[in-house]
Design a protein around this ligand. Sequence first.
Ligand SMILES: Nc1ncnc2c1ncn2[C@@H]1O[C@H](COP(=O)(O)OP(=O)(O)O)[C@@H](O)[C@H]1O
Ligand SMILES: [Mg+2]
Length: 601
Amino acid sequence: MRSKNDPNSLISKGQSLASLIQKYYIQYGKSFYRLTLNSKAGFENRDWPGVRKDAIKRLNMYETFLDKIESEIYKLFGQQAKNISIWKNAKKYYRQAISDWYDLELAETFFNSVTRKILMTTGINRKVEFFQLRSRKFKKLDSKIIYRTYNIIESTKDSLPEILSDFEFKSPFEDIKRDSEFIANEIDLYLWPFMGGEINKVIEMINVPFYRNKVAYLVGRILAKGHVIPLVLPLYNSSNGIFVDAVLFRKRQLSIIFGFAHTCFHVPTERHKELIEFLLTILPVNRIDELYFMIGYRKHGKTEFYRDLHHFIHVSKEKFEIAKGLEGSVMIAYTLPNYNYIFKVIKDYSCYLRSENISNKTLSREHVMHCYQCVCNRDRVGRMVDTQEFENLKFRKKRFSSKLLREFKLAARNTVVINEEYVLIKHLYLQRKVTPLPLYLEMEHNPEAIREVIIDYGYFLRDLAAIGIFPADLFNMWNCGVTSRRRVVLFDYDDVESLLNIDFKVKPAPRDYYEELMPDKDRIAAHKNDFFIDEIEIFLGIPKALQGVFNQIHGDLYNVKFWHKMQRKVKRGDIADIIPYNKARRFKRRFDFSHFDISHR
Ligand SMILES: Nc1ncnc2c1ncn2[C@@H]1O[C@H](COP(=O)(O)OP(=O)(O)O)[C@@H](O)[C@H]1O
Ligand SMILES: [Mg+2]
């Protein structure tokens, strides 16, 4: 038998594999932090294209590191790269090395990602992967390290300049005194019902902003008479300096800003656990996976999700079944009835199984994946549901409804393998469950809620246009859903087109008597990307009885001028300000804010 010191022994190889993964994990962590830290300068210098570039780079960084480490492992270990004994040893050494690391759970996830990439593991191989049934409890946290405390005794207004200045932005505030007053007035008003005239309270602010696009959100909480009230201040940096745009207290508002239809924040801290612990006290979120997603630890979010899913399946005994709504021709969408997520598997070919309809789509699997990838790597502006990809998942067959198994067998043989006992899913997308828009309109009984959603549908179209997106299947309302906060979002990305590729036109009028008699399709030679704005009303999909409510606010969407203006902006590279909170909450500054032309509500 070879000794431990023999470099060719399986033990030594395991050891060097462990150190290699450790080395890459550390490098990855540093690069992630460095990029996150950049957001501050990006905000201060108003370098919006730079901010966008960094965000995309950070989203892709994990995969880039995995690719690098994969090729190095093959270089070092050759054929033995897949030797399970080496991996078992590597796990042992890696576990020892990281046992007292602060970010132990992230380091374990990284190790798992590497093993899964090299070994192409199906299900979970507990011999080589770290697996826990429950999330680790955060132990020995130094909670105060993440926030600053301000005891407010005399006047709210007088404390605010200090709170704002403590963030040490390199660019000046436009008018810190004015904004302090704005904020203080709102806080005092909001607290009036709890506090009456009493001022004494404590404000605790997370000591780093949450950066996303052009906004730096200052996030904290107010402790007043036993109440914990969230406090969020969105800051913008205009050419006149930094200004506070609003004060937000309500969980409903926060759940949109922190919601799953937005890209993750850049929060420049290395104390993610204290951060998560703090966020749990103020956000209406209790899922730890969503908090990891929110701050950019997407892979670890997936680990936490998977753990939760297993737990749910085990406890609930529910079966996977076909999702409510209209069958798609590209995906088989399924869910667990009481679980807040949808799973989607790409069909082998575009088809319908539940109706006689014939699909005329010829999208390849690569094309569909490319579309989903593009959406994930861009700013989703609160309008496109986050999507996670999973590979090689294995569940017991008895956990699937027979209808769903039938669909897998008929239309997803390339992706789903079914044997006596198990269903192996080679690739799936995971999304938060929303209510498909037509179903929502059918089921909702509150007219005000319906009004809100119909109007929001128009803002949804505007927001997408502002970031250069035109769902070619737009106006197919079955691709849109309504969140629990009544926000309209998109979840089907295989028809997403660049706005710039669309030729918005008005139908030419008939030139003579003969043309007047001809049907449009014979008279007008339409090209693939022509979009006749006159037809928008037909395509829009809003039931006739509700169109009036929509048209009152969004009549300009029927005009070709609106779409051409949007195209010009997108072409210029303008980065739109899309305000994810109630417009009425925005402070009326001395300056006009015509530059916020997409703002609403
Ligand atoms: N995130 C989701 N929440 C709720 N239902 C969904 C979601 N994603 C898909 N569905 C349901 O599954 C159907 C098919 O999914 P979709 O993504 O539209 O696929 P396709 O590209 O095949 O049209 C939708 O029409 C809808 O009913
Ligand atoms: Mg669809």
